[in-house]
Structure formats: C-alpha cells, structure tokens
Design a protein around this ligand. Structure first.
Ligand code: TIU
Length: 221
C-alpha cells in the first residue's frame, strides 16, 4: 500500500483497486459556443486545469491503471432529457439546439466530445451520462465492479456540479474517493474551494483531497 498525503488525513492507495474518473472534460463546457457558455459562464476559467489533468491521466496511464472518462450528453431524440433540465433558466441555446459545435450536449456532436488535449486513448472507457452524477442511468457501477475497483480519484468539471455529485454517489456506494484539487475547476472559483472543504470536513464525510503531484508520487512509490 502506498501512502498518499491527502486531506483530511493520509489515504492508503491500493494500486490493484484504484481508478481515475475524469468527469465531463468536454468541448461543451470548456470551449466557447457550448453548453457552459450558453448558461452565462466564462468558460475560459476551466482551461487552467488542462495541464494538470493531462499529468494525472499520464500518471495513471504509466501504471496501466483504469481510466474512465464521462461525458454529460443526451440521446439525439432527447428521450433521456427531462423537461425540467431542458427548460431551466433562460439560456441563449437549450440542450438539443444547434450551436457552433453542433447540437448542444447531444451525443455524437462535436461539442459533446472530450477536448483534444485530454482525449481518451485506446483501452480507456468512456461513459455517457444524462445527469450530473456519473452513476445515474449509466453502467458505471457495473464497470467498476468488473474491474474490482474500490478507490476512485475524481477530476474534471465542474467541481460543485458533476464532480461533487458523482463523488457523493460513489461515496454512498462504498468507494473511497479522492478529489484531485488542481485537476478540477468551477466557473465560480469560490464554489471550488468550498466544495473541497465540504468533502473533507467531518473527518472526510465525502472523501479525501490531494493534488496531482502527490497522487502521482504515491502511484510511483
Ligand atoms: N453548469 C455546470 O457547472 N456544470 C454542468 O452543467 N455539468 C457538469 O458539471 N459537468
């Protein structure tokens, strides 16, 4: 067991049972003209984590450890899109509408795909999810069970929305989870920091937090 220096206390990494789940690093959230921008956000903020996210991916790749990428997107017929999600707020473009990167948050469209910098390589798993949580209406749990995964490192966007929701779902399902603090970002920087505080409060009520270098060092141990 390698020791990861984490908050709120050290985390014992089991390299035979750990996976990286990279949440929603899609063009729709990170590039102009997508879902994130249509919600009124400054999407350029999220680009800051691309280098660390790449390091984290490479750290897992180096040891041949499982990597799962998720994409928040809907079927082209929108049958998995609740009215409540489509009709929320007052965006310029709604999910399913035609935007500069294709139909907003629809599977198979350019905008719904993962940014080129972090594109999955052969052997990595990609899971499309219709909700914020990565377990809701997906086969993520089966996928993790088949790989005998018990520990998950979470990264991606946005910290307080899809990353936190997925980490809470994983925590309830019995996985020990670590959020990679410099490989996750929010459109609201104070939401990112408060989310990490919430996760590690009360003795790690949702899990642990550690930066990418510490995670990679522990994997290399
Ligand atoms: N809007 C926002 O912050 N996030 C999302 O809608 N999805 C994800 O976090 N992936």
């Amino acid at each position: 067991m390698a020791i990861l220096q984490a908050q709120p206390f050290d985390f014992e990494i089991d390299k035979s049972a750990i996976a990286l789940v990279m949440i929603d690093m899609q063009r729709d959230f990170i590039e102009p003209g997508g879902f994130g921008e249509t919600l009124g956000n400054d999407v350029s903020l999220l680009r800051a984590i691309i280098p660390k996210s790449k390091e984290l991916l490479n750290g897992f790749r180096k040891h041949n450890l499982p990597i799962i990428h998720t994409r928040e997107c809907h079927k082209p017929d929108l049958s998995d899109l609740p009215d409540a999600k489509r009709d929320r707020g007052n965006p310029d473009l709604r999910i399913g509408d035609e935007g500069p990167m294709g139909r907003i948050l629809v599977s198979g469209q350019d905008g719904a795909d993962i940014i080129p910098e972090l594109y999955p390589i052969e052997g990595e798993i990609v899971i499309d999810k219709p909700g914020k949580g990565a377990f809701y209406k997906t086969d993520l749990q089966d996928t993790l069970d088949k790989l005998s995964i018990k520990q998950i490192v979470f990264a991606g966007v946005t910290t307080e929305v899809c990353v936190q929701t997925s980490m809470r779902e994983a925590n309830d399902r019995g996985y020990d989870c670590v959020v990679a603090t410099d490989a996750t970002e929010s459109y609201f920087p104070h939401f990112k920091s408060i989310t990490i505080e919430m996760i590690i409060a009360q003795g790690g009520i949702v899990g642990w937090a550690a930066d990418t270098s510490s995670i990679i060092e522990a994997l290399d141990e």
